[in-house]
Design a binder for this molecule. Structure first.
Ligand SMILES: [Zn+2]
Length: 583
């Protein structure tokens, strides 16, 4: 029996080796881009099965996005045009009776009108198409090639994507598997291209909406310096080519991919130092993900699985450490000053230390619950949770200092990242225990208690070691102090509304509530656009009777004004330091 099964097994293996799975081949047409639709036609192999099931991705990092909601008119037919029955079997799945036909042709339309790096946008100027919201795939989970042909509107000339070109035809591409398809966003239109080489490898800055305003030439030179710093840290570049898809239409955010990134910003980003620094930090962050996330990957992520969300405790490393390194790589590349690096780090520390949720939710749990907390924020979020970007970045800073201190400067977090990657490359990935073991090995000391305190507990962080190593200090409360209420507000229909009341603030202690309308200070009317200036006439410690309207009823709430804690978390150099020079 064993022998027979083995024989069948070997027959199956050799059959599989002889015949790689047939590809799914898509044609994407954009006949009327101003209507925001793409039309997709897919030739889907069936292996002559009587029925097949097709699935649409449900999530991308790290939100349930329900991409199937933008699909319509899903239909199937044989190659010679005979219609085939289609029925929905789940929110994101379609079942097709093939009648034995192989392949079948599946067609559908996708509405593309979300300006986001993980969504689709189509208008008369350009298209940004991501794999997850565009392409139905076979739900059997088998690894097979996915081929894409883009048929451009007549006025469009260019397609930019990290996918490899297919052997023949214009704008035809081939991904070896669904994961690569999802991981390779496509820009189509007439973008401005700037190319540069690092280590003999081509890189492209693909600007949509440059319009003579965004300085793409200068930006490309600066990107080259970021790429070189990363190549130096990681020991080379792990791809054949890389694309920065830079959408300058006023949106925000970035999304990492193995061989490209999608960035959203506005076309004025190169015009002021502050805006440009933010754009460089975004690009630097996403580029660091080439390694941290795309190749040094939490073990819980399974390539090609986009229907059920994975749970990982490691986003503090994946996103947080990336948020630590993004600005640090700019400093190493000479693209920012030490003051600018310290300002970014201070901002991260300040955000952590003034978020009450840091005492409620651990870094590991923040990562695990990203699906229901971080990406589903409400008015109580700051009281109940902490961002793994923010606390993870600060944890990266503290771990870097821990390793440098323990090894007297011989090693750093760079060595930890390299060792973790060497030991746990994708697709296998690292567990929290594996990463902690790598850090302990580099430090030459058992860091498990450190990780439990910083990652798994809600204990306050201890900055002293990092301050000592880098010869830094917190500037203290020397800034002029204004009276502080501590609530966030917005103006709605000309009314001043309280939107968020962090725990521990004067507003919270006095019993103010989200949804309260602020009407008057003592007996004097508050003008919505002017309330902060009016508050400036009071001192910290003053008692103030606020008039508020709560669900339409007027009431008085007495508040004791406080002082804003922000200034206490500003890092400054305590003197010259070789350790900062070697950061
Ligand atoms: Zn990121």
């Amino acid at each position: 029996m064993v022998r027979q099964s083995l024989a069948i097994f070997w027959l199956l293996i050799s059959a599989a080796a002889a015949q790689p799975p047939a590809p799914i081949a898509y044609i994407v047409r954009i006949p009327a881009p101003q209507q925001h639709y793409v039309e997709v036609e897919a030739r889907v192999p069936t292996a002559a099965q009587p029925r097949i099931e097709l699935a649409m991705a449900v999530w991308t990092p790290y939100v349930i996005r329900e991409y199937a909601k933008n699909l319509e008119a899903v239909a199937a037919r044989t190659v010679d045009g005979r219609p085939l029955p289609v029925e929905k079997s789940r929110k994101n799945r379609w079942r097709i009776q093939t009648g034995g036909a192989d392949p079948v042709v599946v067609s559908y339309r996708v509405y593309c009108h979300v300006m986001g790096v993980q969504d689709n946008w189509v208008d008369d100027e350009f298209a940004l198409l991501n794999g997850a919201p565009t392409f139905l795939t076979l739900a059997d989970g088998a690894v097979r090639p996915h081929e894409v042909e883009i048929v451009l509107p007549p006025a469009w000339k260019t397609v930019a994507t990290a996918m490899s070109p297919a052997p023949q035809g214009l704008h035809r591409y081939r991904a070896p598997d669904y994961e690569t398809l999802v991981d390779s966003p496509i820009v189509a239109g007439n973008p401005t291209l700037h190319n540069f080489n690092v280590d003999g490898k081509p890189h492209y800055l693909v600007d949509v909406g440059e319009d003579g305003v965004f300085d793409g030439q200068h930006a490309a030179l600066d990107l080259a310096r970021i790429v070189r710093q990363n190549a130096k840290m990681w020991g080379g570049l792990p791809y054949h080519q890389y694309l920065f898809l830079n959408i300058l239409t006023g949106g925000g955010g970035g999304m990492e991919h193995a061989n490209s990134t999608a960035l959203m910003s506005d076309r004025w980003a190169t015009r002021t130092r502050g805006n440009y620094l933010r754009w460089l930090e975004l690009a630097s962050h996403e580029f660091f993900h080439v390694w941290n996330v795309k190749r040094l990957r939490p073990a819980e992520f399974t390539p090609g699985e986009y229907e059920t969300e994975p749970y990982t405790a490691s986003l503090g490393i994946a996103e947080g450490f990336t948020s630590y390194y993004g600005p640090l790589m700019l400093r190493r590349a000479g693209l920012s000053t030490e003051e600018e690096l310290l300002a970014t780090l201070s901002h991260q520390i300040r955000e952590l230390q003034t978020t009450p949720g840091r005492l409620v939710q651990s870094l590991s749990l923040s990562s695990f619950d990203t699906w229901i907390k971080f990406y589903r924020p409400d008015e109580n979020t700051a009281n109940t949770s902490i961002s793994y970007y923010t606390k993870g970045a600060v944890a990266g800073f503290l771990l870097d200092a821990r390793v440098r201190t323990a090894t007297l400067g011989a090693k750093s977090l760079d060595d930890v990242m390299r060792l973790a990657l060497a030991r746990n490359p994708a697709p296998g990935g690292y567990s929290p225990a594996a990463f902690r073991a790598a850090a302990s090995q580099v430090a030459g000391a058992d860091l498990s208690a450190w990780f439990v305190r910083v990652f798994d507990s809600t204990a306050e962080l201890d900055y002293q070691e990092a301050l000592d190593w880098f010869h830094l200090r917190f500037a203290g409360d020397s800034a002029p102090q204004h009276a502080w209420l501590g609530a966030d507000t917005k103006i709605e229909d000309g009314r001043l509304m309280l939107t968020r009341i962090p725990r521990g603030t004067p507003a919270y202690e006095a019993g103010l509530d989200t949804g309260d309308e602020l009407v008057a200070f003592d007996d004097f009317r508050v003008r919505p656009a002017d309330w902060e200036r009016q508050l400036g006439y009071y001192q910290p410690g003053d008692r103030l009777a606020l008039q508020v309207a709560r669900r339409g009823r007027l009431m008085r709430v007495v508040v004791t004004l406080g002082r804003e804690p922000n200034a206490a978390w500003t890092l400054e150099a305590a003197g010259p330091s070789d350790h900062r020079a070697a950061w």
